[in-house]
Design a protein around this ligand. Structure first.
Ligand SMILES: NC(=O)c1ccc[n+]([C@@H]2O[C@H](COP(=O)([O-])OP(=O)(O)OC[C@H]3O[C@@H](n4cnc5c(N)ncnc54)[C@H](O)[C@@H]3O)[C@@H](O)[C@H]2O)c1
Length: 306
């Protein structure tokens, strides 16, 4: 197999679970060395067990500058350089509406959200500046569909992810031509453990308990939610050197097409089915639902009737 990141060194925040863990696994399989900053001691031990000397682990909290300084220093100390920062650790507000946040918790909830999801990225970038200047490296920030549209979170999460969009653009400008800065905005993902805000008593709630796949099947032009593992390809691409010469200040909408979904149905793929599907598959209800649209399809009821 051709590896695309041979000898590259990445630092991933929140690399113990979900998307971060999938990125670490993928980067190692692509020949990279990866340092991981995370607050989960068990998750870090599991990473060491899975990848041995290909990973360096740093236990810390992304809210604190010292954790990032230690992570950046350890990346260079262990692997000789740092090519790519992936700022990714985050929490969710479980779409809690502003009106439902108790008055005596709003400040704490805001501070917790912004200190992890925004300050955690800025501090990571700050701590890695000198190493990335030396390597002419890159930064990749995990955004979210909530960086572009409402209803992917509450005002706190949506506000924090919109802030990341601005920070990517500003840093791409400030750090060019030495360091490239880009973002990737996934939609809802399978196989993650995204937790909620402690200040809203949601720290033990996992997104894996939310029926996201069912919710998204009917509204995504792609017809289904992607898994975290299926969403790592863009991170590899954004981390490569040869393929990203013109790339900085970009944010990839990597969310199943949320921005292009229709009003009455998520996509018009049923038309293609009607024109091109082999006759024997027309009438296969599950096929039609998944390949075309989760919304009721004209042809579906027609073929069901006979
Ligand atoms: N899961 C989704 O559906 C989804 C969709 C769009 C965007 N995202 C974004 O993807 C990123 C990763 O989310 P995920 O779903 O993989 O979550 P996850 O909970 O599965 O993984 C997050 C990791 O970050 C770590 N972490 C959390 N807070 C930390 C802190 N303060 N300090 C250090 N480590 C911390 C956790 O221990 C965990 O290992 C987040 O930025 C999230 O907003 C997730």
């Amino acid at each position: 197999m051709t590896v695309r990141l041979k000898g590259e060194v990445a630092l991933v925040t929140g690399g113990c679970a979900g998307l971060g863990r999938a990125i670490v696994d993928r980067f190692v399989s692509e020949g990279a060395y990866v340092a991981v900053l995370d607050r989960s001691p068990d998750g870090l031990a599991a990473l060491k067990e899975a990848h041995g000397d290909a990973v360096a682990v740093i236990e810390g909290d992304v809210r604190f500058p010292d954790s990032h300084r230690e992570a950046a220093a350890k990346s260079v100390e262990r692997f000789g350089k740092l090519d790519c920062l992936i700022a990714n650790a985050g929490v969710w507000d479980y779409s809690t509406a502003l009106v439902d946040i108790p008055d005596d918790r709003i400040e704490e909830a805001f501070d917790e959200m912004f200190s992890i999801n925004v300050k955690g990225y800025v501090l990571a970038a700050k701590a890695c500046l000198s190493a990335l200047y030396d390597s002419k490296g890159r930064m990749i920030f995990t955004v979210s569909n909530a960086g572009f549209y409402p209803a992917g979170g509450g005002a706190l999460y949506t506000g924090a992810k919109h802030a990341i969009v601005g920070i990517v653009k500003q840093l791409a400008y400030e750090l060019g031509p030495h360091i490239r800065v880009n973002g990737i905005a996934p939609g809802g993902l399978g196989g993650t453990d995204l937790r909620g805000l402690k200040s809203l008593d949601l720290q033990d709630t996992s997104i894996s308990t939310v029926p996201l796949a069912d919710m998204l099947a009917g509204v995504l032009p792609t017809g289904r939610m992607a898994t975290a593992t299926e969403s790592t390809g863009a991170y590899v691409f954004f981390a490569t050197r040869a393929e990203t010469v013109p790339l900085t200040g970009s944010i990839l909408n990597y969310d199943g097409g949320m921005g292009v979904r229709g009003f009455t149905e998520a996509n018009r793929g049923s038309l293609l089915d009607e024109h091109f599907a082999p006759k024997e598959t027309v009438g296969c209800v599950s096929h039609r639902r998944h390949t075309a649209t989760g919304a009721p399809v004209d042809g579906e009821s027609r073929t069901q009737k006979g």
